[in-house]
Design a protein around this ligand. Structure first.
Ligand code: BGP
Length: 481
């Protein structure tokens, strides 16, 4: 039996909708999107109605060769008001959801926190407060014991990206911009939350495996022979990638990384010195961890920065809107010959090999790797093109599959791949315009439509090797579309 499994991914708040169903409590996004008209670009209701219509998506999953499926439990549904009052209705609904998957032979991989801290937790300071980790552990313990049907657990999705949305991109409370000091403090607490959750999982002797989806986008020097560019890339990698990856996969921090981190953090009057007791927890979590998740989308190219602050994020899909130049950090530039998406994300499959090697070689972590997210966001409109022929998405996935196959052949233990995303859902800061799914969702009617990539995926699921190709002309002919 081949060990490698193909799957798709979702996240509760992006697809569930049903914001007031079954006594759900608000999460961090509700008020940001519903009340603050200056930021609100879209309404998270009804999203893809997954909380109720999950069976439609699981049927498609089974039909199109999806073996593993990433989804998350909304903490604010299970504990809507505080850390200890359980909402039984939501618990029942998640049992139904998992049952529906498992009966179809689809294996769930469940994330405990996917960017959706409950509002009551946010009001206490979210993960910016170390004391609050206790609340998260109560939620984790409840889920581990209650949902014994789940065998794959993920602790916290993209620790760095959640902190980035709050402290760098001002998308979420406390709405800070470019506050790398705050960013790192929150990220550090989330590393601890992850570590303590993994250790709890093992202490409770839960039957299953636990891992963590790490968002890794390498920052490469545009000119490797230029020391200024190399330093810019090291600073960026330390603060964005290694600062959280290193403790998770190596069980501690090297002096080199601490020095690089502090070369950034000193601008924010903060010097990082991990506490001994935290380090013990982190080290134990590394020993207890079962697999490492990698979310990979893009690679950034950087150079020595100019003396001005120039920062903007492309949230519209209008090319060229992303800018990053911070005098004490780095400047992001484009690399000739490297294409990017409408949202300025450079398409660079080689970057996936770089981050996998960080885990297995730089940090000598030989645990199994799951690619927990990878995918291509595009502008698509079924009212204009009744059958979405998403050639760019297919190319993107195939190119990344080629890299994965090569690494497997070289001996890397890559076991699962989850495409972001199963069906279309909204994108956190880009709304409903940015679509990633194999299945198009008409958000008005909630109907699902197969894109060409769904048919292509089914063919891929029958192949033995990821680098085998599918003849798209033949496929379209067979489909008659
Ligand atoms: C990851 C998140 C996902 C998803 C994806 C695509 O960071 O874990 O939830 O949103 O990125 O990102 P975006 O929606 O910003 O294009």
């Amino acid at each position: 039996m081949k060990k490698f499994k193909l799957g798709t991914a979702t996240a509760a708040f992006q697809c569930e909708g049903n914001l007031t169903t079954d006594g759900r409590g608000k999460c961090i996004w509700d008020d940001v999107l519903l009340n603050d008209k200056s930021i609100a670009k879209y309404n998270p209701e009804p999203a893809s109605d997954f909380y109720k219509s999950f069976d439609v998506d699981f049927k498609l999953a089974k039909e199109y060769g999806i073996e593993v499926f990433r989804l998350s439990i909304a903490w604010s549904r299970i504990f809507p008001t505080d850390a200890s009052t359980v909402n039984k209705k939501a618990v029942e609904q998640y049992h139904k959801m998992f049952k529906a998957m498992i009966e179809k032979g689809i294996v769930p991989n469940v994330t405990l926190h996917h960017f959706d801290s409950p509002q009551w937790f946010v009001e206490k300071g979210d993960f910016l407060s170390k004391e609050n980790i206790e609340d998260f552990l109560k939620f984790a313990e409840f889920c581990f014991k209650e949902f014994s049907e789940i065998k794959y657990w993920s602790t916290l999705n993209e620790i760095n990206a959640y902190s980035e949305q709050k402290n760098i991109k001002a998308a979420l409370p406390p709405f800070f911009t470019l506050e790398y000091g705050q960013f790192f403090k929150q990220q550090y607490n989330m590393v601890l939350a992850h570590s303590r959750t993994v250790n709890l999982f093992k202490k409770l002797k839960i039957d299953g495996e636990i891992g963590v989806p790490c968002n890794l986008s390498p920052y490469l020097p545009i000119d490797e022979s230029n020391p200024g560019d190399v330093l810019a890339s090291q600073k960026a990698n330390a603060i964005i990638n290694w600062g959280f990856l290193e403790p998770i996969v190596s069980g501690g921090y090297s002096q080199e990384t601490i020095d690089l981190l502090n070369s950034v953090l000193e601008h924010y009057d903060f010097i990082f010195k991990p506490q001994k007791t935290d380090l013990q927890e982190i080290k134990l979590a590394r020993e207890n961890l079962d697999w490492v998740g990698i979310n990979y989308y893009a690679t950034n190219f950087v150079t020595k920065p100019d003396e001005i602050i120039d920062f903007s994020v492309n949230t519209t899909g209008e090319k060229g809107k992303s800018k990053f130049n911070i005098p004490w950090l780095w400047k992001t530039v484009s690399k000739p010959g490297v294409k990017s998406t409408h949202w300025d994300w450079p398409i660079y499959p080689e970057g996936l090999a770089i981050v996998i090697k960080w885990v297995s070689e730089k940090y000598n972590c030989k645990l199994p790797i799951h690619i927990t997210e990878n995918g291509y966001g595009d502008l698509e409109d079924i009212t204009k093109t009744p059958f979405i022929k998403d050639y760019d998405r297919i190319q993107y996935i195939q190119d990344h599959f080629d890299v994965i196959q090569k690494l497997i052949d070289e001996g890397e233990k890559i076991e699962h791949y989850y495409l972001w995303s199963h069906m279309d859902m909204f994108s956190w800061t880009n709304g409903y315009n940015k679509r990633y799914g194999l299945f198009y969702v008409d958000f008005e009617t909630q109907k699902r439509y197969e894109k060409l990539s769904a048919y292509w995926w089914l063919e891929k699921s029958k192949q033995d090797r990821l680098d085998e190709k599918v003849d798209l002309k033949e496929l379209e002919k067979k489909l008659g579309k």
